[in-house]
Design a protein around this ligand. Structure first.
Ligand code: LLP
Length: 435
């Protein structure tokens, strides 16, 4: 395993420069400025195809929907549409991005634990395929709004199976003490199911859970699938409920640092589809349609963050700081979760490592450290720091802290770079202000 293998699939080194999608990253920095995020179209399409293949080859009745909270904009939404994926949206905003590229509404799944009436109305108007009901207030609101509109809406119930996926606490969602989903153990999942079955304007198609994100182990999926299918069989016996659709969410980990390996997608696919088939057979349930919701595993590896080194500071016998022109405003993950990344110096891609440095951002906060203690070639001001695995949840959680400008975004393919979002400028910063 080399650092280069953490980069997008097309990454290569030529003349000591890093190339992505056939484009010289050093040239991209000169043309578009930094910080800039570069997405590799080949990797994005390959990940979509890999998900489709790994699941449908084992379980033909499967649909992959991209959890676009990991990051989306219209150009990327268009790419996912072309790739035949569905889309998991979690706000009116994400829904409107899907809408502006005419994403097929029936392939949209609307998630969230506090959808507003306005968001639900937007979803009903657009005709989204499924709304995933998360709690009782939402079920009541859904019932009211669908009745008022005189329509019937296909829904899933999000259950909380009470399984710990052993990931970061902030990324754990399927445990009992979670803001998401109807707990099974308390009888609330059953109550929600009865409510949905008896509401004519709601058509309960199936059940969903999502255990969390960056999940390395496969056992939690196995355990939760057993619990939810057991519940489903009970509900069939008691109320005649038919499970037509079943979703174990997303959450598949990817490798971002050399010493933190992840497992191949095939292993998750094998465990999930086997468990589903096994428990359906055992409980005499007809196999439902399987819905898989990856976010990070689709877009994480495809995205590279590129920064330019400015100032540096050495604290003798303590640490050498390298300062870059971005940081926690475009990638808050190290500060928030302690996430770890690797680096290639894009203009010195083959130089030997010579010194241990700490890469810090430019923002007014001591937590603004992107990478602590990394061994790199001798760094000079003007060098380009390329960080792989930044496609997921970096830009999606970016802020304008210190009134900074959100980065430009490039989609690279076959030696051509397409700007898919302009860097913000100072006028954008005050475009909504009134004085
Ligand atoms: N489905 C549901 C209902 C979700 O809530 C999520 C992520 C996914 C699917 C996709 O999960 P993925 O395959 O991307 O792990 N900000 C955190 C991650 C939060 C994930 C939120 N929900 C991070 O930066 O790591």
């Amino acid at each position: 395993m080399t650092k280069l293998s953490l980069f997008p699939q097309t990454a290569l080194i030529e003349g000591n420069h890093l190339f992505i999608g056939g484009c010289d990253v050093v040239e991209l920095a000169a043309l578009y400025g930094t910080p800039v995020y570069i997405f590799d179209e080949v990797t994005l399409r390959a990940k979509c195809a890999e998900f489709h293949y790994e699941f449908t080859s084992r379980y033909p009745n499967a649909l992959i929907i991209y959890a676009c909270k990991a990051f989306v904009n219209p150009a990327l939404a268009l790419l996912f549409k072309e790739a035949g994926l569905g889309m998991d949206v979690t706000s009116g905003g994400e829904l409107s991005i899907a809408r502006c590229v005419a994403f097929p509404p029936d392939l949209i799944y609307f998630h969230g634990n506090n959808k507003t009436a306005a968001e639900i109305e937007l979803a009903l108007e657009f005709g989204v395929g499924r709304i995933v009901a998360d709690n009782f207030s939402e079920l009541r609101l859904l019932s009211k709004l669908t009745q008022a509109k005189g329509t019937s809406q296909d829904i899933l119930l999000r259950l909380s199976p009470g399984i710990d996926p052993h990931t970061h606490q902030y990324m754990t969602t399927g445990i009992i003490d979670s803001k998401f989903g109807f707990p099974i153990y308390s009888g609330q999942a059953e109550e929600a199911l009865v409510y949905a079955l008896s509401t004519p304007s709601l058509n309960l198609v199936g059940l969903h859970f999502h255990l969390g994100s960056s999940i390395l182990a496969t056992e939690p999926y196995q355990q939760a699938i057993e619990i939810v299918l057991h519940f489903s069989a009970e509900m069939k016996a008691k109320y005649g409920f038919e499970l037509k659709e079943f979703s174990p969410g997303g959450g598949f980990a990817i490798q971002c640092a050399l010493d933190s390996p992840a497992r191949p997608l095939a292993e998750y696919a094998e465990v999930i589809t086997k468990a589903l088939q096994h428990h359906c057979e055992n409980r005499h349930l007809s196999p439902p349609r399987l819905i898989i919701e990856p976010g990070r595993a689709i877009i994480g590896q495809a995205g590279v963050a590129l920064y330019r080194v400015g100032a540096m500071k050495e604290v003798p016998q303590v640490r050498k700081y390298i300062f870059i022109d971005g940081g926690m405003a475009d990638n808050i993950r190290p500060a928030l979760y302690g996430s770890r990344y690797e680096v290639l110096v894009a203009n010195k891609a083959q130089d030997h490592d010579e010194e241990v440095v700490t890469i810090a951002g430019k923002f007014c906060e001591s937590a603004d450290i992107l990478i602590k203690d990394i061994n790199l070639p001798k760094i000079a001001s003007g060098d380009l720091i390329a960080i792989p695995c930044c496609g997921a949840y970096s830009l999606a959680m970016a802020s304008n802290y210190n009134a900074s400008l959100k980065p430009a975004i490039i989609l690279a393919k076959g030696g051509e770079a397409r700007l898919i979002r302009k860097r913000e400028d100072y006028s954008d910063l005050v475009s909504h202000d009134i004085w």
